[in-house]
Design a protein around this ligand. Structure first.
Ligand code: NAG
Ligand code: NAG
Length: 381
């Protein structure tokens, strides 16, 4: 029976003699050659047709559970293999992480390389490839349906040369909207109407003692942000913290420290389209201070945050004018408060956990395109 069914479901067509044979064996009729016919030919043809019809019905029935509500075939569980952990820092994948932590079912996140042949997606974080601490397993067979994913949350100038990756990756995962899987550093979400303060809420109700603060770990005098800082501190005081000035702030105290400042310099290390990091979402917004941003153009910020929630360096003709504006704004309580109006109905959602980012691939898995990046460097530019 099983054999008969599987042939019915897999082969395209059956010639009539074949069908007649199946019909006979199923109905326990003795096998007959055409010469020994004892049943009128017409009845045999009808038996065959009836049987064929029944088979078609059975075929439709057995294929039903494989069709999801949207009507497309979907594998029961998608396996995402992390070839190595970003920054070589592993996290627990015990239990059904995607379901348990993020409510996403049918999504298996693994970091065991022996599961390679079962993986639907294999993830490679760029940082370790660039530093040569990890290599692509180019010697392994690549099955037709398995896809290799290139993951980087760095701005293009910091990714280095990508020319050697021509024709290797099928999917890209990055912060920008041109990636197959877009994983922003953060976003604004509508606030729950409960009135209770959520984790994304800010700490603004404290006295501000410092005008402008900046936390910088990687100070490079060639960065535009360094030149802006040098000019700004000629006009107004700027409190600098971080590794660059040997004033490291523990993560647990960072937001508290920043919340004492009227303004926070959310200066990105590169001015690349859509490259807006936790410097805005966490350091500034969650600390309840007003970000002064330097990075992509204002329109990129406005695409993700209200226009009156930040001050853009490009809004001013000179850094001196920016400094004078900040000083004046800090004394105009009503106007200063207007920069926090968005807190009324929005809250900050931060993305920091690699597991959350990767689990979120599964719900969009079916919509991911099939392609190969022949020129990753051109794409990432
Ligand atoms: C990885 O998977 C293989 C095969 O399923 C298993 O034998 C092995 O114990 C696993 N390794 C780890 C570290 O879990
Ligand atoms: C703010 O400062 C004033 C005056 O120094 C003080 O009375 C008040 O308690 C402070 N408020 C907070 C929330 O620290």
């Amino acid at each position: 029976m099983t054999l008969t069914l599987s042939s019915c479901c897999t082969s395209d067509q059956h010639s009539e003699p074949h069908t007649a044979y199946y019909a006979q064996s199923l109905l326990s009729l003795p096998a007959m050659t055409s010469g020994q016919s004892c049943i009128p030919k017409l009845t045999r043809r009808w038996n065959a047709k009836l049987f064929l019809f029944t088979l078609v019905l059975i075929c439709i029935f057995v294929s039903l559970p494989r069709v999801s509500h949207s009507g497309s075939y979907r594998p029961k569980t998608i396996t995402i293999l992390l070839w190595y952990w970003p920054f070589l820092t592993p996290y627990s994948l015990a239990g059904d992480v995607c379901l348990k932590s993020y409510g996403i079912s049918g999504c298996r996140l693994v970091d065991n390389r022996s599961l390679y042949s079962t993986a639907d997606i294999v993830v490679f974080h760029h940082h370790e490839l660039k530093s040569k601490r990890q290599k692509l397993p180019l010697h392994l067979p690549r099955s037709g349906s398995q896809r290799w994913l290139w993951l980087s949350l760095e701005a293009p100038p910091n990714n280095g040369n990508l020319r050697e990756y021509a024709g290797i990756f099928h999917l890209t995962m990055s912060y920008g909207p041109n990636a197959d899987i877009t994983v922003p550093y953060g976003k604004l979400m509508p606030k729950e109407k409960s009135g209770a303060a959520g984790p994304g809420d800010f700490i603004m109700t404290r006295n501000k003692t410092d005008l402008v603060c900046w936390v910088v770990s990687n100070y490079n005098k060639l960065h535009k942000r360094s030149r802006v800082y040098q000019q700004l501190k000629n006009t107004i005081p700027v409190h600098v913290y971080g590794r660059a000035v040997k004033q490291q702030v523990p993560q647990t105290e960072l937001l508290n420290l920043i919340s004492r400042c009227y303004f926070y310099l959310a200066f990105e290390n590169a001015e690349s389209p859509h490259y807006i990091t936790e410097k805005l979402w966490r350091n500034a917004f969650q600390a309840g201070t007003v970000p002064v941003v330097l990075g992509p153009p204002r329109r990129d910020y406005e695409a993700v945050a209200p226009p009156n929630s930040f001050i853009h360096v490009d809004d001013f003709d000179s850094i001196d004018a920016l400094g004078k504006f900040l000083k004046k704004l800090s004394t105009d309580t009503e106007r200063y408060k207007s920069y926090f109006a968005w807190h009324q109905d929005s809250t900050v959602k931060l993305y920091t956990d690699w597991r959350e980012r990767l689990c979120n691939i599964c719900p969009i898995y079916e919509r991911l395109p099939y392609k190969t990046y022949q020129d990753l460097s051109a794409w990432a530019r």
